[in-house]
Each structure stands twice: as structure tokens, then as C-alpha cells.
Design a protein around this ligand. Structure first.
Ligand SMILES: [Zn+2]
Length: 92
């Protein structure tokens, strides 16, 4: 499950909004032993993962969700709760 926490890309450090979640699927199929042709496909099953893989849509960096969450905690969005706004303006 993805967390409802802010993300911030630790690579390009310009994206907090546009991401992809990378999901692995397992799909069973039956092969003909002689010809090698595929006889039957089953529905794909998502492989449950303890920590989702997240991809930044700006720079295509892919990493564990925690890396994006941690980066957002280190560098909260300007104006976010708890960070004085006058400090943020100085650095922008
Ligand atoms: Zn990025």
C-alpha cells in the first residue's frame, strides 16, 4: 500500500506531484511442449510488495517509496505546516 504522505523526488528535487507506481505482475500460462506455442493465458496477479516502487515522471528516477517520503520530510514544501515561511522565501 502506498502511504498518504508527501513525496519529493530525491534525484531531480523538482517534483512533488507526478509519479508512477511500479507494480510487478505474475501471469500464468500454459505452453505446448512440442511446438512451444502458448495455449492459454490466465489473468495476471499483482505481486504484493511491502514497499512500493515509485518512479518520478520528471526525471524517471525509480526508487523505494521511503526515499521519496524521506526526501519530502527533509525538504518540506514551502508553506507547509511547521516551516516558517520567511525562511523559505530566502532560498527561492
Ligand atoms: Zn525526479
Amino acid at each position: 500500500m502506498m502511504q498518504e504522505k508527501p513525496y519529493f523526488c530525491p534525484n531531480c528535487r523538482s517534483n512533488r506531484v507526478k509519479f508512477s507506481v511500479i507494480t510487478s505482475y505474475s501471469q500464468r500460462f500454459i505452453k505446448d511442449a512440442l511446438t512451444g506455442s502458448i495455449q492459454q493465458y490466465n489473468e495476471p496477479d499483482a505481486i504484493p510488495e511491502t514497499e512500493p516502487m515509485i518512479q518520478c515522471q520528471v526525471c524517471s528516477f525509480t526508487g523505494n517509496e521511503m526515499r521519496f517520503v524521506k526526501q519530502a520530510e527533509r525538504e518540506p514544501r514551502p508553506g507547509a505546516n511547521g516551516s516558517p515561511s520567511y525562511e523559505q522565501h530566502a532560498s527561492e
